[in-house]
Write a protein that binds this ligand. Structure first.
Ligand code: NAD
Length: 372
């Protein structure tokens, strides 16, 4: 019988994007052999690289490749070369936002993992970080105050006035809450829902809706925190959190706070989920949390872990290849535990070695091939 072939749109983009994507594709090829599946990579230009050759950050051919795929593996876009273009033609606004909109990517999942052997890289006190933490931020991505109408700056009799509208439909809250509860199942079974129900009507509807969804998940513990308190508690006791569920604005801020306290941007993966394919699987776009890092691009020193862990999220959330995803996660952890460090996570600790992008990729590949 033919093995199942999964089509993946691969958009390396700019700066360190192509360098780290190369390692992620090698890792995917290795797990394909180990788990007897087949990946078809459809590689297309995006961002500045696409502007240079095709005149647009998101060419039609790239969008078509994404439409035909099960999921998108995205690198990063942008850089000084394209900063003088009109804002809507620049790599990020011209590619990333249209992709999110086109595919209705409503759920942003960002695992904030502080690996035990990288705990010293966290700016948080060692007695608080302990041997690390693992928090998943689930952020609503297509609603709330970022998109509500009216949204304008206008003149009135007292001068200029700015209006943004925070609006959530119950169905939007239900949809993202299911993603959070499903994610908590199989982790540590706890969801912390974030709102501002003491001030905002949005917060009241958010809280009531999340509580109703929670009834479908009796094994998952639900707690509510006001966003201001959550910002403090995440720093005071990050190890107590499992899944954080937040509306767009609050999730934007808290997920960056979590990224910061892990201490290593180059390790952080991210996924943006759209159409529900059934069985807990979604169409999605997977990318590192960081950008194109123009300061180190072309030097072969970028950390490929975020891109590789993004590929693992793709296998988990879009293809349902859980064992293959677990294998990648373990292999990254093994390489880190063995002392491999790219420049961004190198602190000179005993038994660690500063390595290039390719050597880090090799170490992860070796862990996969050795069968962790
Ligand atoms: P950045 O995330 O690219 O870089 C911030 C710092 O983190 C830099 O010092 C960089 O060297 C380091 N860094 C990031 N990823 C790393 C990795 N994998 N390994 C080692 N070090 C890493 O943020 P920036 O400098 O603000 O933005 C640079 C460009 O990237 C800009 O054009 C920006 O618009 C774009 N950007 C793109 C995305 C995206 O494609 N999703 C996201 C953020 C920024």
């Amino acid at each position: 019988m033919d093995k199942q072939a999964y089509r993946i749109a691969v958009l390396p983009g700019d700066g360190i994007g192509p360098e780290v994507m190369r390692e992620a594709l090698r890792v995917l090829e290795a797990v394909a052999v180990r788990f007897d599946v087949c990946f078809q990579f459809d590689e297309q230009p995006v961002g500045g690289a696409a502007i240079d050759v095709m005149g647009s950050a998101l060419p039609e051919v790239t969008l078509m490749a994404c439409e035909k795929a099960e999921a998108i593996l995205f690198g990063s876009v942008g850089g000084p070369k394209w900063e003088s273009l009109p804002p809507d033609e620049q790599p990020e606004r011209g590619a990333l936002l249209p992709l999110r909109k086109h595919f209705g990517l409503f759920a942003n999942l960002r695992p904030s993992i502080c690996f035990p052997s990288l705990a010293k890289a966290s700016p948080i006190r060692h007695d608080i970080v302990g041997d690390g933490f693992d928090v998943l931020c689930v952020r609503e991505l297509t609603g709330g105050i970022y998109f509500g109408e009216p949204k304008e700056i206008r003149d009135d009799i007292n001068g200029r006035v700015a209006v943004d509208t925070m609006i959530y439909h119950e169905s939007e809250i239900e949809r993202i809450a299911h993603v959070a509860f499903n994610s908590a199942t199989g982790r540590r079974n706890k969801v912390t829902s974030i709102d501002k129900a003491n001030v905002l009507r949005n917060g009241i509807l958010w809280r009531e809706t999340v509580e109703a969804v929670a009834e479908n998940y009796p094994d998952v513990q639900l707690e509510h925190l006001y966003v201001d308190n959550a910002a403090m508690q995440l720093i005071r006791r990050p190890r107590d959190f499992d899944v954080i569920l937040a509306p767009n604005l609050f999730g934007d801020i808290l997920s960056d706070e979590m990224a910061m306290i892990t201490g290593s941007l180059g390790m952080l993966a991210s996924s943006s989920l759209g159409k529900d394919k059934g069985g807990g699987l979604y169409f999605g776009m997977y990318e590192p949390s960081g950008g194109s890092a123009p300061d180190i691009a072309g030097q072969g020193v970028a950390n490929p872990c975020a891109q590789i862990l993004s590929a693992a999220l793709l296998l988990r959330y879009s293809l349902g290849l859980t064992s293959a995803a677990d294998t990648i996660d373990c292999a990254v952890r093994e390489a880190i535990d063995a002392g491999m460090r790219t420049g961004d996570i190198f602190t000179g600790e005993k038994d660690t070695k500063k390595v290039t992008t390719a050597v880090m990729g090799e170490a992860i590949l070796a862990a996969i091939n050795e069968g962790n």
